[in-house]
Design a protein around this ligand. Structure first.
Ligand code: SAH
Length: 211
C-alpha cells in the first residue's frame, strides 16, 4: 500500500474533494508520505487521514496539506516560504518542491532533528529547519511571500502578519479546539484582507519552546 497505485488513488480523491491545482497534486503524487511516519503506520500513509507522529502530534491529513498549499500557490512557484509547525516534515517536503526556499520552525526539538535528517535523506536541500517558537516567525529571513501554519493559535500572531511581504499570503487555522477555522490573510499595499475558509481541527499552536 505504499505503491504508486495507492498514491494515484489519493490524488484522485483529493481532486474529487475540490483540489484543482495540478502542480500541487503532482507533488502529492510523487512525495513518499510513507517515509514520514513510523513503519507500523506506513501501510496507511496514502489514506486521507491524519496519523500520529509521536509527542502528541500528528501528520496533517493529505487533503489539508493540499488545500493549504494550493491556497498559497496561486501564481506559480513561490520564492520564500515560512512554515510554522513542521512536525514530521511532510508539508515541508511538499513546499520545498514548489518554492525556492523554505524556512521551517518546529518547537519540539526531537521532531526538528528527525525532520532535518529525513529531508537530507531525501536530498531536499532548500529547507532550513529551526528548533524554535514559530509564534514569533523568523524575522531574520522576512519578508515571506507565503506563510503556512500547521497548528492553531487562538488568534493570529501579529509577528506573522508583520513578516508577510506585499502580495504575500498567510494560511493559518485559528480558534480554540472544536471551534477552529482556516483563515487566509493577503497583504496588499493598502493593508491586510482576511478570508475565512472551512472548519478544521488542528493541534494548538503553543507559545515558547518544547522539550
Ligand atoms: N505539518 C506537520 C503538522 C504537525 S502538527 C506534519 O504534517 O507533520 C503541528 C506541529 O506544530 C507539531 O509538531 C507541534 O510541535 C508544532 N508546534 C506547535 N506550536 C508551535 C510553535 N509555537 N512553533 C513551532 N511549532 C509549533
Amino acid at each position: 500500500m505504499t505503491s504508486q497505485r495507492a498514491r494515484n488513488r489519493l490524488v484522485e480523491q483529493l481532486r474529487r474533494m475540490g483540489i484543482e491545482t495540478e502542480a500541487v497534486l503532482e507533488v502529492i503524487r510523487t512525495t513518499p508520505r510513507h517515509l514520514f511516519v513510523d513503519e507500523a503506520l506506513a501501510s496507511r500513509a496514502y489514506e486521507n487521514t491524519a496519523l500520529p507522529i509521536g509527542f502528541g502530534q500528528t501528520i496533517s491529513q493529505p487533503y489539508i496539506v493540499a488545500a493549504m498549499t494550493a491556497a498559497l500557490y496561486t501564481t506559480g512557484p513561490l520564492e520564500r516560504v515560512l512554515e510554522v509547525g513542521a512536525g514530521c516534515g511532510y508539508q515541508s517536503a511538499v513546499l520545498a518542491q514548489l518554492a525556492k526556499r523554505v524556512f521551517s520552525i518546529e518547537r519540539i526539538e526531537a521532531l526538528a532533528n528527525k525532520l532535518r535528517q529525513r529531508l537530507m535523506d531525501l536530498r531536499i536541500s532548500n529547507v532550513r529547519v529551526r528548533h524554535g517558537d514559530g509564534y514569533q516567525g523568523w524575522p531574520a529571513h522576512a519578508p515571506f511571500d507565503a506563510i503556512l501554519v500547521a497548528a492553531a493559535p487562538v488568534s493570529v500572531p501579529p509577528a506573522l502578519l508583520e513578516q508577510l511581504a506585499v502580495g504575500g499570503r498567510l494560511i493559518i487555522p485559528v480558534g480554540r479546539a472544536g471551534h477552529q477555522q482556516m483563515c487566509l490573510y493577503t497583504r496588499s499595499e493598502d493593508g491586510i484582507e482576511e478570508t475565512v475558509l472551512e472548519r478544521v481541527s488542528f493541534v494548538p499552536l503553543l507559545e515558547g519552546l518544547g522539550q
